[in-house]
Design a protein around this ligand. Structure first.
Ligand code: GLY
Length: 356
């Protein structure tokens, strides 16, 4: 088992990575007066009771969970479980369960501890680390949330062996993103392990999740509340959010939208910011090998979204990206492996060309 430290001012926490990491949950929560569990019901069905004797609220994971109503349910569950300020809420599931559990823990009694036990590849390499929590509003995704850093994160790579193919591939989108941001060494490792990752090789999963967590830990420690440099983690995400919005939330898995976002960001960086064609080729090849779409044309075909993902609909989505000023979307682009620039504005003609 390996451990990665996230050092923040006034709060440091460990991310344990490896097969069997979730078995540490008992020890890690032993000092708390009470523990309650929020869990994806599929995880309970596959792996049995998660923390013996802890009250458990089972939920159906997915974006539809992240509502004000869903949040209210979890807060009531904390209250009926008798949680105090000295208690801990453990969240077992993918990104949506972690987001909801994290926000409920941030709010209940003005903040209690949360233990994140991510069970998808996407949540292990990205969503569970770094303290972002949120629910969706009718007006958009992740519009109500807070930063609430966990007491610890347990990335049990054994739990990834039962992931369905679509979930695994979606996670590989965030893995490839993190590797490009991390730099040559991280990207080369992911390229070398990609076939074994697709086969769910346990050693490859543990090695790559750890590398991604280390990259993320470094970035989060430098800017825990995304006031500046943490925004590099949004590589490919301006395009990805426009795709998700135009397709209708939930139609395209987040990591798949990120994959296409990475391909568009690579082409945009080559044409606007002097990125070498070799980096675009490398990005597209990694996406192809991971079984992910590497162009808008591939995505439209794979998800039958010709009408929804028209250039006009995507441009509309880009203009409403919450990270930019309305009407002037900002992009995060990689100029080289490990050299990522933020706040880039792209020429309208280039955008129209890319989205065609
Ligand atoms: N998922 C990007 C971040 O945590 O900042």
């Amino acid at each position: 088992m390996n451990s990665v430290s996230i050092s923040l001012e006034g709060h440091a926490y460990e991310v344990l990575v490896g097969a069997g990491a979730s078995a540490s949950a008992g020890d890690l929560t032993a000092g708390r007066d009470r523990v309650a569990v929020l869990a994806d019901q599929r995880v309970v069905a596959l792996h049995g009771p998660l923390l013996k004797a802890a009250p458990t609220l089972e939920v159906l994971a997915g974006e539809s969970l992240k509502t004000l109503e869903g949040l209210g349910r979890v807060l009531e569950f904390c209250a009926t479980s008798g949680l105090s300020r000295g208690s801990v809420l453990a969240a077992y599931g993918g990104g949506t369960v972690g987001d909801l559990g994290g926000l409920a823990a941030a709010l209940y009694k003005r903040g209690i501890a949360v233990l994140q036990v991510p069970t998808t590849l996407l949540a292990q390499v990205d969503a569970s680390v770094g303290g972002k929590t949120a629910i969706n509003l009718a007006s958009g995704k992740n519009l109500a949330g807070s930063f609430h850093h966990p007491a610890a994160v347990l990335c049990d790579t054994r739990l990834l062996e039962t992931l369905d193919d679509a979930e695994l591939r979606s996670g590989l989108g965030e893995v490839i993103k993190t590797a490009i941001i991390g730099g040559e060494e991280a990207l080369e490792l992911v390229e070398r392990r990609l076939d074994r990752l697709c086969q769910r090789d346990p050693a490859a999963l543990a090695e790559v999740v750890e590398v991604c967590v280390r990259v993320k830990a470094r970035i989060v420690a430098a800017d825990p509340e995304e006031r500046g440099s943490r925004r590099v983690l949004n590589l490919g995400h301006t395009f990805a959010h426009a795709i998700e919005l135009a397709a209708g939330f939930g139609r395209v898995p987040h990591g798949v939208a990120v994959a296409v976002g990475l391909s568009l960001a690579a082409r945009a960086a080559e044409r606007s910011s002097g990125a070498p064609a070799a980096l675009t080729a490398r990005t597209l090849r990694a996406l192809d090998r991971a079984g992910l779409p590497s162009s808008l044309a591939d995505l439209r075909e794979a998800y039958s979204l010709q009408g929804e993902l028209s250039p006009q609909a995507l441009l509309h989505g880009l203009r409403h990206d919450k990270k930019g000023v309305v009407g002037a979307p900002e992009f995060v682009l990689a100029r080289r492996e490990g050299d990522v620039i933020m706040g880039v504005h792209l020429d309208e003609n280039l955008l129209t060309d890319l989205l065609g």
